[in-house]
Design a protein around this ligand. Structure first.
Ligand code: C5P
Length: 372
């Protein structure tokens, strides 16, 4: 029943792909702004953001998984009166709750520990990358994920790639290279001047970015993204366990690696006022917006991996380049340079080429013959 679900007559596969593209663009812009709009002394802790992301994603996945347990899902809620629902609400959940806990702690749950650790590392690297690169350059370079995803798909899922796909991967690397060089030599702005900050004691400040650090982080994040995505796809498609149960397992295993940096980042720059106070220090609206978009993205990514695959996911995220490119011209005064346009166009063309159906597939459509 999970194969091709629809929502309002549209395939969930395409709805989730377009939603992912919009989410990706929004995330890089909001995350970038949340980091560069305040001076370092007023910045929120990225370790807190990574941990909150996992806690929220895990809780939402748990609620969805619980609502999908047949005992709960098949109850005639729509035929009950409001007060009957209120009175009976606690009852049908208790035994599914314990049953679901058993499912989550099933003997094969350890398989999710590998992608869980990789995603925590990736989510932390993303903060470093987005704080040190212009949004558009970050987005284009992050397309190298397609390259690493393809490599891990070939190695772990034994997928075969056609010569066209290898060629498009080559163009992808070239395109990313062009964007990298132009950003690194200072063609694009590497200093982001924010005037009129919301904080009284910092009327304005200059956020200096370090492109080299940014590119290093983005490259490492591409590796963890490819490996984690393919590993998650392998676990998901080789077993019958529910997607939402798998998501809860993923978040559970993420908690330990996400908690360590929170515990070990000593509040050296300020006097500690207790765990929760330090945890939410400077955690304002932009930080919450970043975490919310990340949580939403995690849930959509899982659906995309389930209903299509990691390679189509790459296509969706490259669409998001266009959205965030236009937005960063408007919001961050990103300068459009010829080399950026050449590099970004190469990346988009390569992505399009990669996602062309193979020759045999298009030729194998049966042609109906009407003999009168
Ligand atoms: O860039 P990429 O598509 O690899 O990013 C995947 C993002 O989605 C990560 O931030 C990861 O935490 C999240 N994710 C998730 N649950 C999944 C798969 C991915 O939260 N099942």
């Amino acid at each position: 029943d999970d194969q091709a679900p629809t929502i309002c007559g549209m395939h969930l596969k395409y709805v989730s792909l377009v939603t992912l593209a919009v989410q990706n663009a929004a995330l890089s812009i909001v995350m970038h702004y949340s980091r560069v709009s305040t001076p370092p002394s007023l910045a929120y802790s990225t370790a807190s953001a990574v941990l909150l992301n996992e806690l929220l994603k895990g809780s939402i996945s748990f609620i969805i998984a619980l609502a999908r347990v047949p005992q709960v899902a098949e109850r005639p809620w729509h035929r009950m009166s409001f007060w009957t629902i209120v009175r009976e609400l606690p009852y049908p959940w208790t035994s599914p709750f314990w049953w679901l806990c058993g499912e989550i702690l099933s003997p094969d749950c350890w398989k999710l520990s590998i992608p869980a650790i990789l995603y925590v590392v990736q989510n932390s690297l993303q903060f470093v990358a987005v704080s040190n690169l212009p949004v558009a350059s970050f987005q284009v370079t992050y397309q190298m994920k397609i390259l690493t995803t393809a490599a891990f798909s070939v190695a772990l899922l034994r997928r075969k790639l056609t010569p066209i796909k290898w060629l498009s991967l080559f163009f992808l690397a070239i395109g990313v290279g062009i964007v990298q060089i132009q950003t690194a030599v200072g063609d694009a702005p590497v200093r982001n001047v924010v005037v009129g900050s919301a904080h009284d004691n910092a009327p304005y400040h200059i956020h200096v970015m370090s492109p080299l650090k940014g590119f290093g982080a983005v490259t490492a994040a591409c590796f963890t993204s490819g490996l984690a995505g393919v590993y998650f796809e392998m676990v998901l498609k080789n077993s019958r366990a529910d997607l939402w149960v798998r998501n809860v397992q993923l978040s559970l295993f993420s908690i330990i690696p996400a908690l360590l940096p929170v515990l070990y980042s000593s509040p050296s720059s300020h006097i500690s006022r207790g765990f929760f106070h330090d945890f939410f220090r400077h955690f304002g609206g932009w930080a919450w917006a970043t975490v919310s978009i990340q949580v939403f993205g995690g849930l959509i990514t899982a659906m995309v991996i389930k209903y299509s695959d990691n390679i189509l996911k790459g296509f969706a995220t490259s669409l998001s380049i266009i959205f965030s490119f236009l937005a960063s011209v408007a919001l961050f005064h990103f300068r459009i340079t010829p080399s950026f346009i050449i590099g970004a166009t190469t990346v988009l063309c390569a992505t399009w080429m990669y996602n062309q159906p193979a020759g045999q597939e298009t030729l194998s459509i049966p042609i109906p013959i009407n003999i009168p």
